[in-house]
Ligand binder design. Structure first.
Ligand code: ADP
Ligand code: MG
Length: 224
């Protein structure tokens, strides 16, 4: 902890153009240190997912600057951006986004294919992270054969298989019952305990309470 990992400065983003332009992020500045556990709260439509896509290098702003792990994000071309993203950030979504026709093991191993890791090592590392989320006995299952909580644990394993420094989670418990949500929160806590920076979007106060810092976003403006 202590070193700045994520620094967004004066980010503006609108969708559409001309008179149909809809402003979504207004002059957003946000600094996150390595090892932090941050919750981002705000009502539906306030710009949370847009902000997460910005932090995750999935989207570019109309103006503003972003330094991630010492790199000037918006000066990179698309290749440079996806390389930085793949080695620095893992993503978890509300609806899991698993590939339905691939096994649990193949789903988790997939990011390592893009990272150029050989197949035997891919499968070994996928097994290891699946063990870490308590799913060793489900590696040959397909996503449709799992509960929501199990699917989200597979998604977390997939997000972590590349050993990213940051885990970005967009309403990770939004589709889960409370017991499964608690399991997900326990895994996030364990990851944070070993130094993974966690940025989690939620609109549930009891979920945000797990984080060490909470920021609020209203109509595209961030308030600490
Ligand atoms: P949240 O995640 O807080 O619910 P979003 O970031 O998804 O909010 O959306 C913020 C606003 O931006 C909403 O008004 C939404 O309709 C609009 N928006 C999001 N994505 C797009 C898009 N691709 N095109 C046009 N408008 C969009
Ligand atoms: Mg959203």
């Amino acid at each position: 902890m202590g070193q700045e990992l994520i620094k967004l400065s004066h980010i503006n983003k609108s969708y559409g153009d001309g008179k149909f332009s809809v402003p979504v992020l207004h002059d957003v500045s946000l600094s996150i240190e390595e090892g932090e556990y941050l919750a981002i709260m705000g009502p539906s439509g306030s710009g949370k997912s847009t902000l997460m896509n910005m932090i995750g290098c999935l989207d570019r702003p109309d103006s503003g600057e972003y330094t991630l792990a010492g790199e000037n994000v918006f000066s990179l071309d698309d290749n440079g951006l996806s390389r930085l993203r793949n080695r620095t950030i893992g993503f978890v979504f509300q609806n899991f986004n698993l590939l339905p026709r691939e096994t649990v093991l193949e789903n988790v191993a997939l990011p390592l294919l893009y990272a150029g890791v050989a197949r035997a090592e891919r499968l070994e590392r996928a097994r290891e992270v699946l063990e870490g989320v308590g799913l060793s006995d489900r590696v040959e299952f397909y996503p449709t054969q799992l509960s929501g909580g199990q699917k989200q644990r597979v998604a977390i394993a997939r997000a972590m298989v590349n050993r990213p420094r940051v885990l970005l989670a967009d309403e990770p418990t939004g589709a889960l019952d409370s017991a499964s949500g608690r399991q997900v929160m326990e895994i996030f806590q364990r990851l944070n305990d070993v130094g993974v920076t966690i940025v989690m979007i939620t609109h549930a106060q009891e979920i945000a309470d797990r984080a060490r810092r909470t920021i609020h976003i209203f109509d595209g403006e961030v308030r600490e």
